[in-house]
Design a protein around this ligand. Structure first.
Ligand code: WQD
Length: 336
């Protein structure tokens, strides 16, 4: 049985990917520092699949702890989710973001280099494109100067991966996520934002649940059909399955270059108002919201051209936006 290390494996995307890995017959080892999730997620994963993943609470910023882990554990692949991911927070804690999102990445790659480990999947983001000049966004779109420290950690992370891959013959794939949303159909795992949600969907579900008074729609004066900003919202389970496809590409040695990257989205853009309307319709409720000023750093529109990912990964999205919004609401109700 192939053993896969999943860092950040108790997080939102990480936990859904662990479930899909176990469903595919992989043995999973999770490293998580529990800074942005709960140990309860480990039990939830076990309830879904019937197999408890091996779990190590490790802070990947501590080089010696990373080394000790690899002294005691042999792995056939690594999926690296562990990182800080709050765009706004990254602007006033840049050094924490560079230390955690890049320092830990370097330590993992050093262990791979020294122990001849291979097959590394990196959690990247469409943020690297900034506001793309053309839509939908292909992998040929230029990487633009990041609008946030968080975005720059993803850009620099990809540079580190490219150079490490070339110098040490490591096979690596970066997946550039669009906007992950929704929850597993079991309603046992989902998005667990600690504190005030930064992202749209958890703020919507908390507003619908009465935890938040109303949703602020950040601007309706964008150059879009209804004036609100457009994003590509992908069901987290579809996103999780893209990681399995990428890992199998590497393990089957089907990759064409040692470092590759793919856009992972639905290929469809939805505006904030379209999301609100769809959420109200599928969950049969009315949402309390108001239009306010734009949020600093937000772009007008981003949605993926999924041609390359579909072809090269043999992967495509299967779940609808409505399924994602319904599952997000069910997850919120479960967590109330
Ligand atoms: C989506 C849309 C907001 C909240 C970021 C990162 C990306 C990834 C996902 C980590 C925008 C609008 C939001 C609200 C609103 N991060 N909005 N009211 O900014 O597209 O992407 O989060 O994995 O890398 O860049 O996602 O959910 O914050 O915003 O109107 O209360 O919803 O303006 O148009 P974003 P988001």
């Amino acid at each position: 049985m192939k053993r896969i290390l999943v860092t950040g494996g108790l997080g939102f995307i990480g936990s859904h990917t662990v479930v899909e890995l176990q469903n595919e017959g992989f043995e999973v080892i999770i490293i998580d520092d529990l800074s942005n999730t709960s140990i309860k997620v480990l039990d939830s994963i076990t309830e879904i699949t019937g197999t408890k993943p091996d779990f190590h609470q490790i802070d990947l910023r501590i080089k010696n702890d990373v080394k000790t882990f690899f002294d005691n554990n042999k792995v056939d692949g690594i999926i690296h989710f562990a990182a800080f991911k709050a765009v706004g927070e990254s602007m006033y804690k840049p050094l924490d973001y560079y230390e955690n999102n890049l320092g830990a990445l370097v330590y993992l790659l050093q262990e791979m280099r020294d122990r001849k480990l291979d097959n590394f999947i990196f959690s990247s983001s469409c943020t690297v494109y900034g506001q793309a000049d053309e839509l939908p966004i292909t992998e040929k779109a230029p990487v633009k100067t990041a609008e946030s420290v968080y975005g720059s950690t993803k850009q620099i992370g990809e540079e580190i991966l490219k150079n490490a891959s070339n110098a040490h013959n490591l096979n690596i794939i970066a997946l550039r996520y669009f906007n992950p949303i929704g929850a597993h159909e079991s309603v046992k795992i989902g998005e667990l934002p600690l504190g005030v949600p930064q992202n749209l969907i958890p703020f919507i579900t908390q507003t619908a649940a009465g935890i938040r008074k109303e949703l602020s729609v950040f601007g309706d004066d964008y150059n879009t059909p209804d004036g609100t900003a457009i994003r590509d919202y992908i069901h987290v389970v579809d996103l999780a399955k893209a990681h399995i496809a990428a890992l199998q590409r590497l393990m089957n040695k089907n990759n064409k270059k040692s470092f590759e990257f793919f856009n992972v989205g639905t290929g469809k853009g939805s505006s904030v108002l379209e999301i609100i309307n769809a959420f109200e319709k599928v969950n049969n409720l009315k949402l309390n919201y108001k239009i306010v000023d734009r949020r600093e750093g937000d772009i007008t529109a981003a949605y993926a051209d999924t041609t390359i990912a579909n072809k090269e990964l043999g992967w495509k999205t299967e779940k609808s936006l409505e399924e994602a919004l319904e599952s997000a609401w069910k997850w919120q109700l479960q967590n109330n």
